[in-house]
Design a protein around this ligand. Structure first.
Ligand code: CP
Length: 359
């Protein structure tokens, strides 16, 4: 059965170029969604997962621009748009489109032949929303943390912009994580204990996922315990936000632990993730990460999970088996990682549905 509020007569954008002006609301950070809109997305996601079919993207197109690779985000979006009756246009930088210059006012005598101002304006006339996975330059965290690339797309596009993981945030992963937590513990997450634990990797991820789940959990009133080696502190601005959010909720809050074992004690969920040292960001990151892989004391194994309160394991993937988490934990009954990955589909459908219905 199709849902009742499908609107097959929604206006087409074929006839005229979109007028420049205020970009319709998209999603750069999870905080762009009010509590009511976040609840709407999660409710829609539950309904999609339960089998509700809707075609509100009929006649609509969504452009997906990948400046970095992806397995889950890309596949989930491709299937989501198809199942909602729309068309997805997926392109990878380097092979499918030109390099794009994001700085304003520069003489474009470098390698990029196209400016984001022009690309965003043109793409806005083909697509009803644009989703971007930018590639941070990787030279200085103080620069990359500003997420200038995706903000430039949002400034110059006239359709909603969706962040498919920038240097600072991964709001799509946070949506799937919240859905998974709600499925496991119920809608009220207040007071549940979440341990966020650093894991080693020779190719560590950026801190975006950890920033987003940290803020999402605190916003939900969870008690978060954060553990990482010295030198792997998270972004200072995000930590300030986290402390403020923790102080707002009587049931929740943020504490630091020295080891993953300390963090896991009493936890309902152990959220494992590698992330790079922001202190050693840039050229030094690779060398620091090689050293970090020797940190066997940060491996998530059965003995660590036993310290929790019937703790479940979460990880956004990709995951390095037996370096970050042991096979037996990953393949055992405590693991929620496949459920998390599966929830990327209904949550991304829920988000598209919320952003594009009635446009
Ligand atoms: N977790 C996540 O975003 O996976 P991909 O990088 O494969 O999209």
């Amino acid at each position: 059965p199709y849902d009742s509020f499908v609107n097959p007569s929604s206006p087409s954008q074929e006839s005229a170029a979109r007028a420049p002006g205020k970009t319709p609301a998209g999603l750069i950070r999870l905080s762009d969604l009010s509590d009511a809109r976040l609840a709407d997305v999660l409710d829609l996601s539950d309904r999609f997962k339960a089998g509700v079919r809707r075609t509100e993207l009929a006649g609509k197109s969504v452009g997906f621009l990948f400046f970095r690779g992806s397995l889950r985000t890309r596949t989930a979006f491709e299937v989501a748009v198809h199942q909602l009756g729309g068309q997805g246009v997926h392109m990878s930088a380097g092979s499918d489109f030109w390099e794009v210059e994001a700085r304003d006012g520069v003489v474009m005598d470098g390698t990029a032949p196209e400016h984001v101002r022009d690309a965003a304006a043109v793409m806005s006339n083909y697509c009803d929303a644009l989703a971007i996975r930018p590639r941070p330059a990787g030279n200085a965290w103080a620069v990359d943390r500003r997420d200038e690339g995706i903000h430039a797309w949002a400034r110059h596009a006239t359709v909603p912009i969706i962040n498919m993981e920038s240097a600072l945030s991964h709001p799509l992963q946070a949506l799937a994580d919240l859905m998974t937590l709600r499925e496991t513990f119920g809608r009220d997450l207040s007071g549940k204990r979440l341990a966020i634990v650093w894991t080693p990797s020779p190719t560590p991820a950026g801190p975006s996922v950890v920033h987003s789940i940290l803020l999402a959990a605190l916003r939900s009133g969870m008690q978060v315990s954060l553990a990482h080696p010295r030198g792997y502190e998270l972004d200072e601005g995000v930590m300030s936000e986290a402390k403020a959010l923790g102080a707002q909720h009587p049931t929740g809050g943020l504490e630091h632990a020295n080891t993953s074992r300390d963090a896991a004690a009493g936890a309902h969920v152990v959220y494992a993730r590698s992330w790079m040292s922001l202190e050693n960001y840039g050229n030094k990151t690779r060398a620091a990460s090689r050293v970090a892989t020797e940190r066997r004391d940060w491996l998530v194994d059965e003995s660590l999970m036993q310290l929790g309160n019937e703790a479940r394991l979460m990880h956004p993937m990709p995951i390095r088996r037996n370096l970050e988490v042991t096979d037996s934990v990953l393949d055992g009954p405590r693991s929620l990682v496949y459920q998390q990955a599966a929830n990327r589909l209904p949550t991304q459908k829920g988000l598209l549905s919320l952003l594009l219905r009635g446009q």
